[in-house]
Design a protein around this ligand. Structure first.
Ligand code: C5P
Length: 398
């Protein structure tokens, strides 16, 4: 599945570095060749000899290595691969790239590369949860850096929580998804997903029941066909899709800004359940309950309609814009009218009456509405529906 692909693998310094040996083995089994780069601290955990023996290649370690420079300069090295993978990606490596530092071979390669970068973070729970790491992750994702993991579980340091490096097999899956060479290769597709949260005060918010499952499934189906996917999600409970640039937002207004920043795109799929309103006067301090008073009124203001805004964009409008309609009554009639009103090309109508179990569930029954009218799809899993939609998108863009 990765036959002929070349992976530049940066091994950072962490206990998870031993798993990178297994990663090299799995990548080779999948047909890829691995060019290993070992940081100085990485070499404290795995030896250059074991890495080069497994990779069947010289290990690159020093920025100013005269022999290496004579053979291949570090800039060239950074560009010779199909993908740069950092596993384990330590807090330090993440911080270096987020801050633009280039003081050793690994960080220089990461800054100089013109290829996509996939990081598999691994660190202590507190380091992962530190606001500095969270900020760096956000910055990196903004640069288009892809991530896989970390997983939650017991850690080598004895603590428990998120921070374990994703298993090598999962990293290979993410690499495979990223390097997919399907019928959407070279296309950029934007997907919105999940609910939005609209704050009332610092502790309360208005939300909805969207799990984000459909959006994640669509993003993964697009990645499997080789698309470059920008996945813009509200606070969803579904796992984030692999192989995408993930941009996390909270409110509808933030989602619109993130969508506009991610353009241009060949297609845009608006699967998010965006709140129609936000609280007009969000308070900075918690609204207090005082005895005997009537409850405080909450005045709402309209949110921007992201689908409508992008559908009517004079410039940068994706050539295919797809919206969703969650309806409880007169599903087809309402959805057909909605397609017109929103100005999108396709609209996918869902019957979300509670008895259908669609909202938050694993299965769905949809009707695709195009300019040619409604087309009912049989009931299927959200993953199967995502695959069918991705195939139709590939057809439409071809
Ligand atoms: O109007 P309604 O919420 O039913 O429209 C649903 C479609 O519009 C979905 O594709 C949803 O992602 C999108 N939408 C949006 N911004 C809003 C409201 C809905 O993009 N503020």
């Amino acid at each position: 599945m990765l036959v002929g692909k070349k992976i530049l693998l940066v091994i950072g310094g962490g206990i998870a570095a031993y798993k990178s040996l297994e990663l090299i083995r799995l990548l080779q089994k999948a047909g890829a060749s691995v060019v290993p780069v070992l940081t100085r601290s990485g070499a404290e955990f795995v030896t250059p000899l074991s890495v080069s023996a497994l990779a069947g290649q010289k290990v690159h370690a020093e920025l100013f290595d005269l022999t290496a420079e004579a053979e291949m300069g570090h800039i060239e090295l950074s560009r010779s691969a199909d993908l740069v993978v950092v596993a384990p990606a330590t807090a330090d490596l993440m911080a270096k790239l987020a801050g633009g530092l280039a003081n050793d071979l690994a960080s220089t390669l990461l800054l100089a590369t013109d290829k996509r970068v996939l990081m598999a973070p691994a660190m202590n729970v507190r380091m992962w949860e530190h606001p500095a790491t969270a900020r760096n992750l956000e910055t990196l994702q903004g640069f288009g850096v892809l991530t896989v993991g970390p997983d939650a579980g017991e850690m080598a340091c004895g603590e428990f929580g998120p921070g374990r490096m994703a298993e090598p097999a999962r990293i290979v899956e993410a690499i495979d998804a990223t390097l997919g060479s399907g019928d959407l290769a070279g296309r950029h597709v934007l997907v919105t997903s999940g609910p939005t949260h609209e704050p009332i005060d610092p502790v309360r918010y208005i939300a909805n029941r969207s799990s984000g499952r459909q959006g994640s499934a669509i993003a993964e189906a697009l990645v499997r066909r080789g698309a470059r996917v920008s996945f813009i999600t509200g606070p969803a409970s579904a796992p984030k899709p692999l192989g995408c640039a993930v941009i996390e937002v909270e409110t509808a207004r933030e989602m619109l800004a993130a969508v506009e920043a991610a353009l241009p795109a060949d297609a845009a799929i608006f699967a998010a359940a965006v709140a129609d309103w936000h609280v007009k006067a969000e308070t900075r301090s918690k609204i207090k309950k005082k005895g005997g008073e009537t409850p405080p009124p909450i005045e709402l203001a309209e949110n921007p309609d992201i689908l409508k805004t992008i559908s009517h964009k004079p410039e940068d409008r994706p050539s295919l814009v797809v919206g969703f309609a969650a309806e409880t009554d007169d599903v087809i009639a309402n959805a057909t009218a909605k397609r017109q009103r929103k100005g999108c090309d396709w609209l996918i109508a869902n019957d979300v009456r509670p008895e259908t179990g669609i909202m938050g569930g694993k299965n769905t029954t949809v009707t695709l509405i195009t300019q040619d009218g409604p087309e009912a799809w049989e009931p299927m899993s959200k993953t199967a529906m995502a695959d069918r939609l991705a195939s139709r998108i590939a057809e439409a863009l071809s």
